[in-house]
Design a protein around this ligand. Structure first.
Ligand code: ADP
Length: 266
């Protein structure tokens, strides 16, 4: 017979009868390894901006009789502290999502509202880079889910599309309904004509902290957590996130969510 490694708890019920509660140790170990890995990555990622802030603060002090240098260091301090704030915010968000939060609120959410809000958040960034933002929606679409999380997912995709495209790029968001067998889905597509992603990187970009060409990505000011957050939100809503991309031509990310069909309407 096969040997299965089980650990468990023995709970005596009555004379001579015990209840053995077992758990699959390898699964627990896997979860633990993932957690350890995450903590190690977080520590590593936090050290960079924290170190930079320390050095810049010293530089400000040392340059106290050179106002121009002080203001140069001060503005870099602001950049690094903004980056730290973003990183901490995303780490907290991802930890919350990973805590298998049973409090996911399920409301009927209009996708139109999600897109409006997500585009609203990105308008300023788009304007700065002269990126043209467009949207199309064929018909009203609704899903069951958490409006804040869904908005955050779409906003992350739009933000990336803007960040990883050149000046005067075009970013478009479109919504369509898809039927496969008995199931109906809403596809939210975010397309850009930016730098694109090489085929062997396309799987990896959804991993936490993974960034294509670390140096260049760091210039763009991201954290490497955005797509991991999007993937979490997609799966907790019973959906998927996928990417189509060609280097130097652009990328299209598709967030597919189960469609909410009104009672008596399906
Ligand atoms: P980041 O904070 O670095 O943007 P993400 O998890 O959102 O982190 O994305 C991971 C990496 O995937 C990015 O660093 C970038 O290299 C790549 N990427 C994401 N979106 C796009 C896009 N629209 N076009 C090209 N590359 C992208």
């Amino acid at each position: 017979s096969e040997a299965v490694q089980l650990t468990g708890r023995v709970v005596p019920l009555e004379d001579g009868v015990v209840l053995v509660i077992t758990e699959d140790e390898s699964a627990t170990q896997r979860v633990e390894a993932v957690r350890r890995d995450f903590v190690a990555n977080v520590s590593h990622e936090l050290k960079t901006p924290v170190g930079a802030i320390g050095i810049l603060a010293e530089a400000v002090e040392a340059a106290s009789d050179d106002p121009e240098a002080v203001s140069r260091f001060a503005s870099r301090l602001q950049v690094e502290s903004a980056r730290l704030a973003e990183l901490v915010g995303q780490i907290i968000e991802l930890s919350r999502l990973q805590a298998a939060d049973p409090s996911l609120t399920l409301d009927v959410v209009d996708i139109e509202d999600v897109i409006d809000e997500a585009l609203g958040r990105s308008r300023e960034a788009a304007h700065k880079r002269s990126v043209v933002l467009t949207r199309t929606q064929a018909q009203p679409a609704q899903v069951l889910g958490d409006q804040w999380q869904l908005t955050d997912a779409v906003a992350n995709l739009v933000q990336n599309a803007i960040s990883y495209s050149g000046h005067q790029a075009r970013v478009s968001v479109s919504v369509s309904s898809v039927t496969t067998g008995d199931d109906e889905f809403v596809d939210i597509k975010v397309s850009d004509n930016g730098i694109g992603i090489a085929p062997d990187e396309q799987e990896r970009i959804f991993e936490r902290f993974y960034r294509v060409d670390y140096g260049r990505s760091r210039e763009s000011g991201g954290t490497g957590l955005g797509l991991a957050i999007v993937r979490h939100i997609a799966s907790s809503h019973g959906g998927t996130i996928s990417v189509w991309s060609r280097p130097r031509q652009g990328s299209t990310f598709t967030l597919r969510l189960p469609s909410h069909t009104k009672e008596g309407n399906s």
